[in-house]
Ligand binder design. Structure first.
Ligand code: 9G3
Length: 570
């Protein structure tokens, strides 16, 4: 490809509305252009990387025995009404009516569509297992699309769905996908971790997220220093600290805490550590008040609490509900004398003589003790784990914290959709059985963006070769000079003939301008052709990642590029 006849609108200045480096570099590198909030044009360079990721995904999905198909983007509302999800989702599901006033939505995912297809076409156990996948545009009307392709509204997803005779077989399908995902992200040159994750609104029994480790990641994950346990903080288990305090219960004592509401204010006012306070949170679970107790220095994990309560909605109660439930304004709530359902975190179980609100304005209680002063409905793990917590899986490790970008998510769905939509098969005895499902997603654009988050420097992108838009760029310093033009064309022809993806920068621009563009768009290998070095029969070969520069004969430079590409793609 010749740069002068291609379309790579690079820009020098950093766009103001791009907050993360991958968004900045994809705009500056002429890879994407925004059409509307969260809706992007994939320009030629961006599309080449997108297609590379898609092809790696396709190869590994096919290798795992999955079969590619393509479902429509437009989905009839009635399928979502059958699965019960039409009412479950709000504005994030973009709905519209066709000319006959029939309701549709733009597909944010395809569980309903694929289950409808399979319930019509699969009748016998002989047709199972089957794993069908597609690579296709999705639309989710995010309230705050941002970070470029990392959180778009329209985005390309590979979504796969497995169908099995029973849970045991479904576990095998799940594991095949889990292994395929590891190969995919390894081949994309990413540093990633698979972490235990919450199944969220999708339902189902179990899920793992594939997280690319990056400081700009929106997700918080933990991993053990000793074993291979890793989890999204939403799900990471906090093991109860075995030790419980051995102090004898002291007499309950009211203490004035004028206008001291927050944990920090009360702790410092009473000159005690936050961990000897118990915070009392009032929430509404399906609009019913519920009280959560946590040690003062711990944070409530609302996803854990929601899963334990089994409620559809859970939110912090407003001031008027706090006053109604506790008799006091926010900041002075406590468990003593409360008539509400109390869920206490496991860490509260071992506490003695702690401080809580007194359910009266400007008053707290000291030396509160479980059993004597109040009772708890349920003890459960409802807190976020923190750095240094003991690992819930092994006896020796502790938890480290990371930020991650979720690029893949695999779910065990069980029979959530097959039951609701009656996707069944006849077993060997002719008995009707419910199909067991799994679903498996990869964000294609997000994978490219995450790769840039992990692979860049102050000059721009440093693409891992397998997903680089081109393998090699030839920076011809002055195509007006015959020797430079002839040498550049010769190298270009030899590389192209060898199947190397090569971009010849034949523009009439100054060398420095070309070098800046080459560094910005992150092509892994660069050959510089200039008359000075040519006089010695040499060209310059530069590796974008290491910065290493070699002076070589043209023939050696071509051989080195071919070898480097073959090694990287092996
Ligand atoms: C919706 C909207 C947004 C959604 C969903 C439905 C996320 C929804 C979860 C999944 C689960 C898996 C198959 C591929 C892998 C992920 N956001 N999810 O179901 F209507 Cl508006 O999509 N689906």
């Amino acid at each position: 490809m010749r740069y002068s006849q291609y379309f790579i609108p690079t820009v020098k200045e950093t766009p103001s509305d791009a907050e993360v480096i991958s968004h900045q570099l994809m705009l500056r590198g002429g890879m994407i252009r925004k059409l509307a909030a969260g809706v992007y044009n994939y320009l030629p360079l961006g599309l080449r990387s997108i297609r590379k990721v898609e092809n790696i995904v396709r190869e590994e999905m096919n290798r795992a025995g999955a079969i590619e198909l393509l479902m429509p983007t437009v989905q009839p509302a009635e399928l979502w009404q059958e699965s019960g999800r039409w009412e479950q989702y709000g504005k994030e599901l973009l709905r519209f009516r066709d000319r006959k006033d029939t309701e549709f939505c733009l597909g944010p995912t395809h569980e309903e569509v694929i289950t409808d297809l399979v319930r019509r076409e699969v009748k016998s156990y002989r047709q199972l297992p089957i794993n069908l996948y597609q690579i296709q545009g999705k639309f989710r009307d995010e309230i705050r699309p941002r970070f470029g392709l990392m959180r778009g509204r329209e985005f390309i997803m590979k979504d796969a769905y497995s169908f099995d005779v029973d849970e045991k077989a479904a576990d095998i399908s799940y594991d095949k996908m889990y292994q395929a995902y590891r190969r995919i992200f390894e081949r994309c040159g990413l540093k990633f971790r698979a972490v235990e994750a919450d199944t969220g609104s999708i339902g189902g029994s179990w899920s793992h997220e594939f997280m690319v480790l990056a400081e700009s990641g929106e997700d918080a994950i933990v991993s053990c220093t000793a074993c291979d346990y890793a989890a999204n903080v939403e799900k990471a288990e906090a093991r109860q600290s075995a030790v419980s305090e051995h102090a004898d219960p002291r007499d309950l004592e009211k203490v004035a805490t004028p206008d001291k509401k927050s944990i920090e204010e009360v702790a410092s006012f009473l000159a005690v550590h936050e961990s000897s306070l118990v915070k009392t949170l009032v929430l509404l679970a399906d609009n019913e008040p519920v009280v959560a107790l946590l040690r003062g220095d711990h944070e409530l994990n609302e996803i854990k609490l929601k899963n334990i309560l089994g409620c559809d909605t859970l939110e912090m109660a407003g001031e008027e509900v706090v006053v109604k439930v506790t008799g006091a304004p926010t900041g002075f709530a406590g468990p003593v004398g409360l008539k509400a359902k109390i869920i206490a975190d496991l860490a509260v179980q071992g506490m003695k003589n702690f401080v809580t609100g007194a359910n009266a304005k400007d008053l707290h209680l000291k030396n509160v003790n479980l059993g004597r002063d109040f009772n708890v409905t349920t003890f459960a793990d409802i807190r976020n784990v923190v750095l240094g917590d003991p690992c819930p899986r092994c006896e020796s490790g502790t938890l480290e914290m990371w930020r991650g970008i979720e690029v893949g998510h695999v779910f065990k769905l069980g029979t959530k959709y097959s039951k609701a939509m009656k996707a069944t098969y006849l077993d060997a005895d002719g008995k009707e059985q419910i199909i067991f499902m799994g679903c498996y997603g990869i964000g294609i654009g997000r994978t490219v963006a995450a790769c840039i988050e992990q692979n860049h420097d102050e000059n721009g992108i440093i693409f891992p070769l397998p997903i680089a838009p081109f393998h090699c760029i030839i920076s011809a310093l002055n195509m007006k000079e015959d020797v430079v033009r002839e040498a550049s064309e010769a190298i270009y022809g030899q590389l192209a003939a060898a199947g190397i993806e090569v971009l010849l920068d034949d523009r009439d621009e100054r060398p420095g301008f070309k070098f800046k563009d080459a560094d910005l768009i992150g092509i892994p290998l660069r050959i510089v052709v200039g008359s000075k070095n040519l006089a010695d029969g040499k060209v310059e070969l530069k590796c974008r990642r290491s910065g290493e520069v070699e002076l070589l004969s043209m023939a050696d430079a071509v051989e080195k590029v071919k070898a480097a590409v073959n090694t990287a793609l092996k």
